[in-house]
Design a protein around this ligand. Structure first.
Ligand SMILES: C[S@@+](CC[C@H](N)C(=O)[O-])C[C@H]1O[C@@H](n2cnc3c(N)ncnc32)[C@H](O)[C@@H]1O
Length: 423
């Protein structure tokens, strides 16, 4: 719990979230960390880290195997992803784990399995031009990779020495910047649509009760006009004065859809909006720290034509979805306006981006999730069981109704973007 939340305080949601999550005693900077309260892709299956390792290899190849390859995890939790990558690559003297360890499924050509260095080279062209000198094999990833966690929480005592721990994104990244379920926890303001237009909602951090505040400022009004369509006439959010106060939305409350007199459902209209400008700025800043390579954001979110009616703000605590009371006792999160974030990143990267589902992205990285054919069971029972175990490890990550529905935003910087398209 944050120490200074008193009943009757009223704060903009952005300040309330910031204090509840990152202030003294805040949810993410004290206690067990995210993994103690909810599952992310990183926690769900080692197959996620295995796919990430393949992406690291792709980035390495696209950059021509630089002398130093950065992997920077922004919003790193307790360093779970980098621990898995560190073990898989064999950083700082750790033996690289083979697939049989159960942590990283084996894959031919991956540094997780011993392979001759030549396997990392592109195939030699055939014909007379192939007669020239063979280029030297790249130095193994373990000797070139630099793993850096960026986190507001303190460095865990048991984190391997080979992983750096910073509270700010470092400059001059050459490699991969990855942010899994970071942006949804970047604090934002919430607005309600009234007869006079959008106004901020204020929240009592101790109870979650909300009050209508001032009209949104010009920058937020611009963001809303571009990215979050206002409700049509007659949409009933909280009125301009309304009752003034209401409890924070229950996590699984009903979704209100306006209906026409004809009985035909009208397109949904949003009474509340989560103003994603802070996420756009955070992502643009992150992308700006990459000199060359790829910035990847993985998160749940929505597009302009499909914004959640009445917003998406909610809470998680102890494995359960709970009302989003910003008192420091729980996660407070809202889905990400991923198209707006992508556009902000593109302005910095000046390069085409790719936005698709985790399901597509993991499949493109070789994590399939499909069941092996039954015919395999007869011919190779042990192989069938192994393939079945590998498929179920991936299934949760690719389920379109769950983690597989998360967005992957790939933002290349200074490299050929074609190399990072999911297809
Ligand atoms: C939902 S957790 C995700 C953890 C991990 N990436 C995963 O996928 O399991 C979000 C994390 O982002 C961290 N975070 C949020 N804003 C941050 C910032 N500006 N700088 C560094 N860390 C931040 C939080 O402290 C929290 O640990």
């Amino acid at each position: 719990m944050v120490d200074d939340a008193r009943p009757g305080d009223l704060l903009p949601w952005r300040d309330a979230m910031d204090r509840a999550l990152y202030g003294p005693g805040g949810f993410f900077v004290s206690g067990p960390g995210p993994a103690g309260h909810f599952r992310t892709s990183v926690h769900a299956s080692p197959a996620f880290a295995a796919a990430m390792l393949r992406l690291v290899e792709q980035v390495d190849a696209a950059l021509g195997h630089p002398a130093r390859l950065d992997v920077v995890d922004v919003g790193a939790g307790r360093g779970e992803l980098l621990r898995a990558l560190s073990a898989a690559v064999g950083v700082a003297g750790e033996p690289a784990r083979s697939g049989r360890s159960g942590l990283i499924p084996p894959r031919t050509g991956s540094p997780a399995t011993p392979t001759p260095p030549a396997a990392a080279r592109p195939p030699a062209p055939s014909g007379p031009s192939s007669a020239g000198p063979v280029p030297p094999a790249p130095v193994a990833l373990a000797h070139r990779v630099r793993l850096t966690a960026v986190e507001k929480a303190p460095r865990p005592a048991d984190l391997p020495d080979g992983i750096d721990w910073l509270d700010e994104i470092p400059d001059g990244i050459t490699g991969l910047l990855v942010a899994t379920e970071w942006l949804d926890n970047v604090p934002l303001d919430v607005a309600v649509h009234t007869a006079e237009g959008w106004r901020y909602l204020l929240v009592d951090p101790a109870t979650g009760a909300e009050t209508v505040g001032d009209p949104v400022d010009p920058a937020d009004a611009d963001w809303l006009a571009r990215w979050w369509p206002a409700p049509g006439a007659g949409a009933d959010g909280i009125g301009p004065t309304g009752s003034g106060v209401r409890a924070a939305r229950p996590a699984e409350g009903p979704i209100l859809t306006a209906r026409s007199g004809s009985g035909r459902p009208e397109p949904p209209t949003a009474a509340r909006a989560e103003i994603g400008r802070t996420r756009d700025e955070a992502w643009a800043d992150a992308v700006g720290h990459v000199d060359r390579g790829l910035a990847l954001a993985v998160d749940y979110g929505h597009l302009r034509d499909d914004r959640p009616v009445d917003g998406s703000l909610t809470g998680y605590r102890g494995g359960r979805q709970v009302p989003p009371v910003p008192d420091g006792s729980r996660d407070v999160t809202a889905h990400v306006a991923v198209d707006s974030v992508a556009s902000a990143g593109e302005r910095v990267a000046r390069c085409a981006y790719d936005l698709g589902s985790q399901r597509e992205a993991l499949r493109a990285l070789g994590a399939d999730g499909g069941r092996p054919p039954l015919s395999l069971a007869a011919g190779d029972p042990a192989g069938y069981v192994r393939a079945l175990a590998a498929a179920s490890a991936v299934a949760e990550l690719t389920d379109p109704a769950g983690l597989g529905g998360h967005w992957w935003l790939r933002q290349p910087v200074g490299v050929d973007p074609e190399r990072f398209m999911a297809r």
